[in-house]
Design a protein around this ligand. Structure first.
Ligand SMILES: *Cc1c(COP(=O)(O)O)cnc(C)c1O
Length: 218
């Protein structure tokens, strides 16, 4: 079996400088994360707030922690003191809560708006129209402790490369449209183990890669 170190360095050769690699470490033990850390990886993505908080406690403090999963509002408080980027923001209600908790810690928390790009009903995310309305709203402008710095999306779970590519290009197109009213947007978080190369070709600036680095999850 290839080591985490080998897999990580192979993946890095396929990722251009302008694209950020988030090592998705959900369900994996701290020892595995430390192997990636020892190879220079400093950005880790988790999808459960409690698990991320525990790992944060036990690991070096120069790590940037990204929350990539669906966020329950009542759990925002457990990550507000340290989270670096929240990928899955899909409502003003959630942004309000993040803002409130960030204020308590005198921080500004970076967030991505999750947009729905997949055909499937199961994927979370906002429509372009709703995201546009949110960003243009007065209530949004009054939030001083959150910074929306980009968008995130997940393609359909399918082998159909043409469909996945179409969905990635939709996300890139939607990013460009939102950027017209929010010039500070810079991140397009799209691409996972199976499709990050395609995502990068379609304009991704941040890929979230888990199993290709740490192995399959149970
Ligand atoms: C688990 C997860 C990933 C990583 O998936 P892999 O296929 O293991 O690379 C990326 N993004 C999100 C939102 C995830 O939940």
């Amino acid at each position: 079996m290839m080591s985490i170190k080998t897999k990580l360095s192979q993946i890095k050769t396929q990722i251009p400088d302008h694209v950020t690699l988030v090592a998705v470490s959900k369900t994996k033990p701290v020892e595995d994360l430390m192997q990636a850390y020892d190879c220079g990886q400093r950005i880790f993505g988790e999808n459960k707030i409690q698990e991320m908080a525990e790992k944060y406690q036990g690991m070096p403090k120069d790590i940037q922690w990204h929350m990539i999963g669906n966020v329950q509002r009542n759990k925002v408080k457990y990550m507000a003191s340290f989270v670096d980027l929240i990928h899955g923001v899909d409502s003003l209600k959630l942004l309000n809560e993040i803002n409130k908790q960030a204020e308590k810690h005198q921080r500004i928390i970076n967030c991505l708006i999750q947009l729905k790009i997949a055909q499937e009903d199961t994927k979370f995310g906002m429509s372009l129209e709703d995201a546009h309305t949110l960003i243009a709203s007065e209530s949004f402008k009054n939030l001083k402790n959150v910074a929306v710095v980009g968008v995130m999306g997940m393609a359909s779970f399918t082998d159909n490369t043409i469909q996945i590519e179409k969905e990635f290009k939709t996300l890139k197109g939607n990013f460009d449209k939102l950027k017209e009213i929010a010039s500070n947007l810079k991140i397009i978080s799209m691409g996972m183990s199976g499709d990050y190369t395609l995502a990068i070709e379609s304009g991704s600036t941040m890929v979230r890669v888990g199993s290709s680095i740490f192995g399959t999850r149970n």
